[in-house]
Design a protein around this ligand. Structure first.
Ligand code: ZN
Length: 312
């Protein structure tokens, strides 16, 4: 890792939230998180029912290209050993009290340890969202910069060779970015026009479908979860915990849902306060994320920043 000691003047921390709709939806940054539950969730991106069917339904026709690793002995693909009916019974009667990107119980920043940053890149999957920013990954490898890659089930199905390559590289941790990329709600709340899950059972489906896929492919369960659009309610945060995963939030929006120019991505990263978790996207290879990251990394490394994996 380059270790030049050139000092970099970091400007006022530009912490920007919102604008996370660039998960292959084509929506603008205008969120609709205030829309009442009654107006949302009428037609989810795949409906309800068992996760097993939707989790295995690939869109890219490349589902057989990947290499499936054997499960470790005694390892169950059922998250946390908890089933759908049990989750529905535990949480079916609870009403959510909060809806946000950074609720208590989520990982929002790094432990205080100097000039550290953690990069996270989402691959949201689905129509318009199954691209692969190979150059971004090449840049991370060139500088030895680790990252957590939050992969949606549909993206994995469309990119099996790339998935196998990424999963085999210890520079990257693979996180769960959901089965159908739905905001994680127990009341059908939506974000950026994307209908959220409608009840505790659908929260289970959204988490458990891709959990099972990743457990089978990786040979171990994923520990980190990022909801589609990054929104969740407080009940969903607890459900994710019961399923053995923890939701990862962020402090710096690195690419505005893959809408930023390279210059905007560059500026956003250079303004990141130490200890920040940065969100970006790895599924839009012709957008500004890759070039912006490539421009920012040498400057941040030269300024003494260290890039780290997310804490246990
Ligand atoms: Zn996403």
């Amino acid at each position: 890792m380059p270790a030049s000691r050139r000092t970099l003047v970091i400007g006022v921390a530009g912490v920007t939230l919102g604008a996370l709709a660039g998960c292959g939806t084509g929506h603008s940054a205008a969120g609709d998180a205030s829309r009442p539950p009654s107006s949302a969730g009428a037609s989810g991106a795949g409906g309800s029912g068992s996760f097993a069917g939707s989790a295995g339904a690939g869109e890219g026709g490349a589902a057989t290209a990947g290499r499936r690793l054997p499960l470790q002995a005694g390892l169950s693909a059922t998250p946390g050993g908890v089933g759908r009916a049990e989750i529905a019974a535990r949480y079916g009667g609870l009403r959510p009290r909060a809806w946000a990107l950074d609720l208590p119980g989520t990982i929002t920043r790094l432990p205080a340890a100097g000039r550290t940053l953690a990069l996270t890149f989402d691959a949201c999957g689905g129509p318009g969202g199954n691209g692969y920013d190979r150059d971004l990954i090449t840049t991370l490898r060139r500088y030895g910069v680790p990252a957590t890659l939050f992969l949606n089930s549909r993206w994995i199905d469309a990119n099996r060779p790339a998935f196998a390559d990424l999963a085999a590289d210890p520079l990257f941790e693979i996180g769960n970015h959901g089965t159908l990329h739905r905001p994680l709600s127990v009341s059908g709340r939506s974000a950026y026009g994307i209908p959220g899950t409608r009840d505790a059972g659908q929260v289970f489906d959204e988490v458990a479908g891709n959990h099972a896929k990743l457990t089978g492919l990786l040979g171990r369960p994923p520990r980190l979860f990022r909801p589609g659009t990054a929104y969740s309610d407080d009940v969903a945060v607890r459900i994710v915990g019961d399923l053995g995963e923890t939701i990862v939030s962020f402090a710096v929006n690195g690419d505005g849902g893959a809408t930023y120019t390279a210059a905007q991505v560059h500026a956003s990263l250079l303004a990141a306060p130490p200890g920040s978790i940065v969100i970006g996207h790895m599924n839009h290879p012709r957008h500004g994320t890759g070039p912006g990251v490539a421009a920012a990394l040498p400057r941040l490394l030269g300024a003494g920043f260290r890039f780290v994996h997310l804490p246990e």
